[in-house]
Every structure is written in structure tokens, then in C-alpha cells.
Design a protein around this ligand. Structure first.
Ligand SMILES: Nc1ncnc2c1ncn2[C@@H]1O[C@H](COP(=O)(O)OP(=O)(O)OP(=O)(O)O)[C@@H](O)[C@H]1O
Ligand SMILES: [Mg+2]
Ligand SMILES: [Zn+2]
Length: 692
């Protein structure tokens, strides 16, 4: 029976996916599922975990439920299942109640084999009732480490799963993850209450990834990543610690001719989706993102993952780095580290772990509201806090109070904005340029909606005006900012706060919260940060360090990471024109190892006295690339005489402009100068200025 089913699945593997073999661990895991054994699978990123639950769903009699935190990817996942002929659907908060209900009916009627569900859905009792109606054969949990507080990406909604599994009649459970230490694996089993599970660990190794660390001060980081993206052709992800940095870096790269796009959680959903698609389709070489991007992203040809700031844990790092090289080809995973990175991480950790005093003070502030329902902003609560903690800590304190049943938070409430015109409408309108089509459109939208009332002041919802004028909400924000800056209007943004219900009133000192556990959690996060930092400073093999961290004992020296290579001394070193005295300067090492050769070939031609075009022709490269190589060499102290390429008086004007405008961005300098001065002139001259 089992053998029959397995060979049937091998046929289906061919038919639906076009694959002829199972990858390591897949067959064993699928066999377990067919035998109804609960199974935990730990396989590397890109190891093919999804197939383990997708494929057997075809022959199981009931449906396979897949729990996944990847709401943004669900639709795509379902579409790609449909494409290969596996009937699938999804349920998450993006659906209306009616749509949810109708999907459940369709599932019950057997139209789907595979159902992706976001765990947040289980907070609704109504939804849980609907689930009763369907027969579940397999309950698959993707990114299963999210259930463990010991892991790196804990999601409270995963805690509900144990209860849901019972509710749907104890089907076979499959939990899969790429980043679980032995401790986290055990915790997954405990939290899900799995009886006699089999744990399949195929290891963590990603042989084609080359790891490295480059030490660079904050401002050096910019030019270093620019170099890097120039060298390594192909698509890449740059992770940055904050939204602001995402924007700065992507602007910087764009103004230096790299096709980059930014992604972070502060962007509207639609925009995020757009950016993600653009990157997936290959329309942009580089995506600069916070860690909101990445989990589950399966773009095969990502050639590098750069961390602009040190990540908080090895797990998070390895998961993010794991986006690289999923096609098996050589790819780079580089961290740009400056000692200041640790502060950013500590800041995040302290926001995640408010001390008992802060929790009590937040609660006390809520008690001062007479109503049991308070509409407050974090800023208001922050006024009552005597400790110096990041704003994030207030949100965390509320979460803790909620978890212990003292308060309940409803969703964010967005109120109305206030707007009053300070001058006659016609006068204000005249301040807009007639060419600014969108601005005029919005303005007319306001007039149409409110007319003369604008002079007395109106309350409005930016979303409504966006709809009336047919523009994006951000365009409205921009116009309002412009008008306010010019003192033409008075404006107050909408109230953005949270509605909080007080469920229990006790004395703040009597709060029953497990402070000891909270303290342990705090300590654990700091320990993980230490381990991350040790990775940076470690002199041994990077890959081995990571595999050891996950207790993967297959580890040995990889021979390809920066530390391994600098220990080995490759033939490239002999070609190197500058000395190795800076042996512990990882910046130089890194470029020497991986990317030196091509620039040095150009350097040899340069030394023969050739022009840029001649060099380009011989090397079969674009002249712009030759310029890049020369800049690279100059910045690293090679002797390149740019007087041959750029007239001294042109250099002087560029230097003057750079003095005024800084050397970070090229575009403003270009704009400042005579049109005849080329980008190449500017790049070469700046290289001289930023020479180490
Ligand atoms: N047996 C196989 N033969 C060929 N390709 C496969 C096989 N199994 C999976 N793949 C392909 O490998 C790629 C990665 O698979 P998948 O997305 O399931 O990785 P994953 O293990 O979930 O990784 P992550 O932890 O990063 O989410 C997919 O494109 C998938 O189709
Ligand atoms: Mg996956
Ligand atoms: Zn190594």
C-alpha cells in the first residue's frame, strides 16, 4: 500500500512539477505523512520543504491545511499551485467575511486539496467554527520556528495552533523550518504537543554560499556596497536595520547608477506588493529592505545578500542570507560591520523587553482613564514613563499586559485630519503651478467636497479625498505638506492611536506577570546578539561557525569564506599590487579575495598607457566598467594618474562642487556643474578625493 502510494507520488512529482528525483529528506518526510506519523523537518533554506506538504496533498483524502506567516506571498503560492495543477486556495485577513465563508464552503465541497491559512485567523471564534465542517488529513506548519519563543521570529498567533490541531480532529502534523537550533526543535514539539514525532534533520549546509564580513565605518559602508554591487553582477538583496536607512541606501545606489528599489514595513501594502513583484520579475537589480522582506522569497538567481548592519541573531542572519543562490550557483553573503551596529540591536532588544517598572507604569496610566475603554496614543502613554526606553517598549508592555489578560487591544483606529485654509480659496490655488496636474486634481477634489467650508476648517479622511481625486494618499500628504510649509493652511494629522479595553483593575504592584521569564527572555536575546557578534570577530571558517551554532556536526572548513581564503593565500594574492600589511583589515581582504582580479587586469592595461576606449575594447567591457575599475583601484591607493583622462581644470571644478555638496551623491554634483563635464570625469575625480 505504502509502496504503491510512494511510487504514485513519484509519478505525480514528474507530472505536476517536472522533477525526476526527490531531494534529500523529502521522500522520508512524505513517507511519514503517508503513515500518519507526526514529523518535524529541518532542512536548509531552499531545500525544498514546501514540496513535502504540497505533493502528498494530491493523494490524501481530506484537505491539507498549510499554516504560513507569509500573507504577502499566499496569493502567489496559490497561483503557482494552480499552474501545476494542484487545486489550492488561501484564507487570510485580506478576504471579506463573505469571501471567507464561500471559500470554506468550497473547501468542504472538496474543490481544493491545499489550503493556506494565516495563523491570525484563528483568533476569530467564528472562523474556528467554520473549520469544524472540513476534513483535514494533514496539518502542515511552515516556518515552524515561529512557535518558539526561543527562536528568532516568535509569533504569538502560532501559539493557537495546538488548540486548532485538536479542534480539526488531530490530523497528522508536519512542522518544517530551516532555522531551528536543537533547543528550538524541542520547543516546537512541546508547543504543538506532538506525540512521538519523528525529527528529520538533513542539515543546514548551503555549499554554494560564500560568507564574508567587511568592517567599515558607517560612511564607508555606502561606497563599499556600491563597489560590491558594481563587481557582483546579478540580482541582490541589501538588508538595512531601519526604514530610514533603506531609503538612504536605495537613493544612494540609484543616484550612482544602480537599479535599486526599497522595501520596508512602513510602506502601504500595495506599494510593497509592487516592489516585491518588480524585484521578483528582475526589473531591478537590487532590493534594499528591512527584514520585513525575505521570509519565503524564492527567487532562484539572487547572487548576493548584503547586510548593511549586523543582524540580531545567527538564525535571522542565516534565514535572510539563505535567499541567495537558490539555483545552486555561487553567491555571496556579506555583512558590513561597524562596532556601532551593536547599539542599534541593543536598542531593538530593549524595545522588545521593557523592564517591570515600565509595564506597571503603562498599566497605571491606563487605570487613570475612567472609562474601561481608552483611546490612546503611545506618545500619551510615554508621558507617564519615568524610565528611558524606546517607544517600541510601550507597545511591548501593552502586548505583555494583553497576554496576561489585563487589557485588550483592538486594531489601530485612524481618525480624521483637520484642515483650514488661511487665505481665499482662489488665492491658495494660484500658488500651485498650473503644470502640477496631480496637485490641481487634489485641490479640486477638496473644493468639490467641502467648498467654502474650507475657510472655517473641516475634518476629513485622507483616504476619502484620495478616492474622490483619484490619486494616491501619499500625493495628498505631499500637497498638504507643501501648503502648510508655505503657511497657506492650518493642518492637524489624523489621530492614530489604539483602543484599549481594561479587563481587570488591580493595583499596579499586584500585577501577576512572570517577570522572571521576561528577564530570561531578555538575557537570551542578548546572548544571541553576543553570538552574532562573535561571528563577526571569529577568525575561523564562517560556515563552520554557523553550522556549529545549529549543532550540525557535518561542518568542516569551507575553503571559500573570507577567513578560509585569507588563510589559504590564493594565487590572486600574488597579483595583488598592494601589500598585505593590512592583514586584519577585512575590507581589503574581502575585495582581494573575491573581486580583485578583474580590476587588476584593467590595471595592467592601464600601465601599458592605453586609453579608456582601448582598454574597454581589449577587455570586451563597457567604457563605464573600465572607469569603475579605475575608481576602484584609485580608492584603494593604486597609482592611477587621472590627469590623462580628466583635465586638471575640470578636476578643480569638480573638487569645488564636492567640497560644497559632499562626496556621497553624484547627481547634485553633476547638476551643479557645466553640462560638458561628464559622469566619468566626476567619478574619477571623486575617487581621488575618497582615496584611503
Ligand atoms: N525534488 C526537487 N527537484 C527539483 N527542484 C526542487 C525539488 N524540490 C524542491 N525544488 C525546488 O526548490 C526550490 C526551493 O524550494 P522551497 O521554496 O520549498 O524551499 P524551502 O525549503 O521552503 O526554503 P525556505 O526555508 O527558504 O523557505 C523551489 O523552486 C522548488 O520547486
Ligand atoms: Mg519555505
Ligand atoms: Zn570557511
Amino acid at each position: 500500500m505504502l509502496n504503491n502510494q510512494l511510487s504514485q507520488l513519484k509519478d505525480l512529482l514528474k507530472i505536476h512539477y517536472g522533477y525526476s528525483e526527490f531531494w534529500r529528506g523529502q521522500e522520508q518526510a512524505i513517507k511519514n505523512i503517508l503513515e500518519q506519523k507526526n514529523t518535524v523537518v529541518v532542512m536548509p533554506t531552499g531545500g525544498g520543504k514546501s514540496l513535502i506538504f504540497q505533493l502528498p496533498s494530491l493523494i490524501l483524502d481530506g484537505v491539507t491545511i498549510v499554516i504560513s506567516p507569509l500573507i504577502a506571498l499566499m496569493k502567489d503560492q496559490v497561483d503557482s499551485m494552480e499552474k501545476i495543477g494542484i487545486p489550492a486556495t488561501f484564507i487570510n485577513s485580506s478576504l471579506s467575511p463573505v469571501e471567507t465563508q464561500s471559500r470554506i464552503t468550497a473547501i468542504r465541497d472538496g474543490h481544493y486539496k491545499l489550503v493556506y491559512i494565516a495563523p491570525e485567523r484563528f483568533y476569530s471564534g467564528e472562523f474556528l467554527n467554520l473549520l469544524n465542517a472540513i476534513k483535514v488529513s494533514l496539518f502542515a506548519i511552515d516556518e515552524a520556528h515561529c512557535i518558539s519563543e526561543w527562536g528568532h521570529d516568535f509569533r504569538p498567533s502560532y501559539m493557537k495552533l495546538r488548540e486548532v490541531i485538536k479542534l480539526v480532529g488531530n490530523p497528522t502534523v508536519l512542522a518544517v523550518t530551516a532555522t531551528a537550533t536543537p533547543e528550538v526543535r524541542e520547543d516546537i514539539i512541546k508547543q504543538l504537543d506532538l506525540q512521538n514525532p519523528e525529527v528529520i534533520v538533513t542539515g543546514f549546509n548551503r555549499p554554494n554560499l560564500k560568507f564574508g564580513v567587511i568592517r567599515a565605518g558607517e560612511s564607508q559602508k555606502y561606497s563599499s556596497i556600491l563597489d560590491f554591487t558594481w563587481q557582483i553582477k546579478g540580482s541582490g538583496i541589501i538588508y538595512a536595520g531601519t526604514r530610514q536607512k533603506v531609503e538612504d541606501i536605495s537613493n544612494y545606489l540609484t543616484s550612482n547608477g544602480i537599479n535599486a528599489i526599497g522595501y520596508h514595513a512602513g510602506m502601504e501594502n500595495e506599494e510593497r506588493k509592487y516592489v516585491q513583484n518588480e524585484f521578483m520579475k528582475g526589473n531591478h537589480q537590487v532590493i534594499v529592505a528591512t527584514n520585513a522582506f525575505g521570509l519565503g522569497i524564492n527567487k532562484p538567481d539572487i547572487r548576493f545578500v548584503i547586510h548593511f548592519d549586523m543582524p540580531g541573531t545567527i538564525e535571522a542572519y542565516y534565514q535572510e542570507a539563505g535567499r541567495a543562490g537558490r539555483d545552486g550557483k555561487e553567491s555571496y553573503c556579506i555583512i558590513f560591520y561597524s562596532p556601532a551596529d551593536r547599539y542599534l540591536r541593543e536598542f531593538f532588544i530593549s524595545g522588545d523587553n521593557p523592564p517591570p517598572k515600565v509595564i506597571a507604569q503603562v498599566y497605571e496610566a491606563l487605570l487613570s482613564y475612567e472609562d474601561d475603554t481608552a483611546l490612546v496614543t503611545y506618545a500619551e502613554l510615554a508621558e507617564n514613563i519615568t524610565e528611558n526606553v524606546p517607544d517600541m517598549a510601550i507597545g511591548t508592555a501593552l502586548k505583555i499586559l494583553e497576554k496576561e489578560g489585563y487589557v485588550e487591544r483592538s486594531h489601530e483606529k485612524t481618525g480624521l485630519a483637520h484642515l483650514r485654509f488661511l487665505h481665499e480659496i482662489e488665492h491658495t490655488k494660484q500658488q500651485l503651478s498650473a503644470k502640477a496636474k496631480v496637485q490641481n486634481q487634489i485641490f479640486d477634489g477638496f473644493i468639490k467636497h467641502f467648498g467654502e467650508k474650507l475657510l472655517n476648517g473641516v475634518e476629513f479622511s485622507p483616504d476619502d479625498i484620495a478616492q474622490i481625486s483619484g490619486v494616491k494618499r501619499e500625493a495628498i500628504t505631499r500637497l498638504i505638506k507643501k501648503l502648510a510649509d508655505e503657511n497657506l493652511i492650518e493642518y492637524r494629522p489624523p489621530f492614530r492611536g489604539t483602543e484599549i479595553k481594561i479587563l481587570q483593575r488591580v493595583k499596579p504592584l499586584d500585577l501577576k506577570i512572570d517577570f522572571k521569564a521576561l528577564k530570561e527572555k531578555h538575557q537570551r536575546e542578548l546572548n544571541k546578539l553576543d553570538q552574532m557578534e562573535s561571528y563577526i570577530y571569529d577568525h575561523g571558517c564562517r560556515r563552520k561557525y554557523i553550522l556549529d551554532y545549529f549543532s550540525d556536526d557535518s561542518s568542516h572548513e569551507c575553503g571559500t569564506c573570507d577567513n578560509c581564503v585569507s588563510g589559504l593565500k590564493t594565487p590572486e594574492d600574488n597579483l595583488s599590487c598592494h601589500s598585505r600589511e593590512s592583514g586584519n583589515d577585512m575590507v581589503d581582504d574581502e575585495f582581494k579575495i573575491e573581486t580583485k582580479l578583474t580590476q587588476l587586469q584593467t590595471y595592467e592595461l592601464y600601465q601599458q598607457g592605453l586609453t579608456i576606449d582601448e582598454m574597454a575594447q581589449i577587455r570586451d567591457l563597457k567604457p563605464a566598467t573600465i572607469i569603475q575599475h579605475l575608481c576602484f583601484l584609485i580608492e584603494r591607493g593604486q597609482d592611477v594618474d587621472i590627469n590623462k583622462f580628466v583635465k586638471p581644470q575640470v578636476q578643480n571644478s569638480i573638487k569645488k562642487a564636492a567640497k560644497k555638496l559632499g562626496t556621497e551623491k553624484l547627481t547634485p554634483i553633476k547638476e551643479e556643474l557645466d553640462d560638458k563635464i561628464s559622469w566619468d570625469d566626476i567619478k574619477l575625480t571623486l575617487a581621488i578625493l575618497t582615496k584611503r
